[in-house]
Design a protein around this ligand. Structure first.
Ligand SMILES: Nc1nc2c(ncn2[C@@H]2O[C@H](COP(=O)(O)OP(=O)(O)OP(=O)(O)O)[C@@H](O)[C@H]2O)c(=O)[nH]1
Ligand SMILES: [Mg+2]
Length: 179
């Protein structure tokens, strides 16, 4: 049996909880009602602790997916939740141009904090007509070529799987090279 720990980080409203729910059914979430009027314009619920779900992908692999809160006041949770993580998904809402600067700042933090862990960027909400395409997201974030920037639709199981699968290829590939 091989346990793989994946952490999903990214700004408020990126789709992190939705992604984990779509893939795992979600065992734990800590969403509460949003109080800030500005954030409430975007949505009603936000994560204040963590999301957690498990998925068994066969071949003895069990994937444990953790999701961080997106509100800046909970940024300390990255450190807590990333202990022992094998892979990171940095997710952003590609259709929210207002939040792109925040996403870029957060991505820089993620790059330095998770420098030794395989990472992919999930350019989420690709079903929205005004969503930035993955190559545009790469440009805006200034993502290095070593970090894949993948199209994502967290509400769609097949498309969410493609993102998780790409990260697992990186994680499992790295593990094989080291053994
Ligand atoms: N159209 C579309 N909407 C999405 C997609 N993924 C998530 N959403 C919506 O985006 C909103 C935010 O989703 P959440 O999963 O709560 O986002 P989050 O990143 O967990 O948010 P915080 O925990 O508050 O940081 C919800 O209304 C979701 O239904 C997607 O791929 N497409
Ligand atoms: Mg959430």
């Amino acid at each position: 049996m091989r346990n793989v720990k994946v952490l999903v980080v990214g700004p408020f409203n990126a789709g992190k909880t939705t992604f984990i729910k779509t893939l795992t059914g979600l065992s734990i979430t800590t969403d509460v009602e949003v109080t800030s009027p500005e954030e409430r314009r975007k949505k009603r619920w936000t994560t204040v602790g963590m999301d957690f779900g498990i998925v068994n992908i066969g071949d003895g692999y069990v994937i444990r997916i953790f999701g961080s809160p997106g509100q800046p006041r909970f940024s300390f949770m990255w450190k807590v939740l990333s202990i022992g993580a094998h892979g990171i998904i940095f997710m952003l809402d590609s259709s929210d141009r207002e939040y792109i600067t925040t996403a870029t700042e957060e991505f820089r933090k993620a790059l330095s904090q998770f420098a030794k862990v395989p990472m992919v960027v999930a350019a989420n909400k690709q079903d929205m007509p005004d969503a930035l395409k993955p190559d545009e997201v790469r440009f805006v974030l200034g993502a290095p070529l070593s970090v894949p920037v993948l199209p994502c639709v967290a509400i769609d199981k097949t498309r969410a799987w493609l993102v998780l699968g790409s990260l697992l290829e990186l994680v499992i590939g790295q593990e094989k090279r080291m053994t």
